[in-house]
Design a protein around this ligand. Sequence first.
Ligand code: DOR
Length: 441
Amino acid sequence: MMHSWLIQKGRIIDPDQGIDEIGSLLIREGKIVWRGEIPPQADYHVLHAEGLIVCPGFIDFHCHLRQPGFEEKETIATGTQAAARGGFTTVCCMPNTSPPLDNSRIIDYVKSLATRESVVRVLPIGCVTIGRKGEVLVPMADLATAGVVAYSDDGSPIRSSRLMHQALNHSRTLGLPVIDHCEDAALSEGGQVNEGVVSLELGLRGIPTAAEETMVHRNLTLAKQLAGCHLHIAHVSTGGSVELIRRAKKQGITVTAEVTPHHLTMTEAAALGHNTSAKVSPPLRTERDNRALVQGLRENVIDIIATDHAPHAAADKDYSMTLAASGISVFETALGSLMGLVHDGQLPLDTLIARLTAAPARLINDQIRGTLKIGAPADITIFDPDKEWVVDTAKFISKGRNTPLAGATLKGKTMATICDGELVYQDDSIKLTEFQKGRAA
Ligand code: DOR
């Protein structure tokens, strides 16, 4: 039986409705049924939210759940539990699995796995090309019918401009975004970290900003010719890319873009000492890039924050920088690291929440989520903006403990996550819930 919940006296922030007020929310039958100050007479479980922020559940447009094929790195079960711990109630999973998500049968399989094993909503992203080989387009319409929310060969760029053009052309009728991992492989080949002082210091080949920007530019050029297509730029990492997207949006090109928590808050310096946990694609750049990315987010040049949660097994990272896998495990640290930008005065709190909720809901064309409207599905995140905590990767729910934030102190922590009216995560540090018959105190 589904519980009724009263989320009591939290600071309700819902950018979708322009709400920032102290109040309570009542949830019944999986939906938000009431918002206000004095709750109606009813039996419910009370979730004490005094001093906490209550907002729509976070929606992640870009993560890796690794199933099928890489279950030693993550599974749909562990990945979605880690997502719930991070405050995410919907996650879109990338298709670089084994086999890759390039046909409707495998999409059906992932969806059925998710129905059985996930604690939050999982929406698959299909490949752009068969086997992610960059040679032949997937049957895009079939994949749309099977339920993909976008297309991407993430991890690899779509090298062929002709295929990218065709995919974008199909996006016009399908109404789904084509996501590109923008990287000119000829420029990035052999690169391990950002090209600059750190690559010099470590004696490693660097990845220049131009490797990203030339591909962003190519994609924008193609999108310009295809009115009504939807190009989405994954994990923007350079100030130059932000400027290209800013100009494209001014010209009316239909492009959206995302940035990750790590590209907003960390620099290439994290890789010093050959720290493979900071190896990620695209690489962490410089403080100047961090600032430009935050500015892009504030101005809505960058539409959303997406985690690019990329869990790896310890063995995949336990190599030299050149051989180690790329990627950072992000779900469980995302909110804490992003709240650093709010505490520093770089990003308004409502902008941060909007980029994690209403904005990605728009991107996946979900009219009923990313909001706390009455009648909406009860996908809700409750977090303590000021809670300081030390990142202990041994306590991660994710199988991926690969983060340069191990041992760091973050300020801001998810306290509870509700997905479709079910409490899917509760922090063990405080007692939040109690059953109450009748009127709440
Ligand atoms: O660092 C990365 N890791 N970047 C990607 O684009 C793919 C991801 C992965 O799948 O591990």
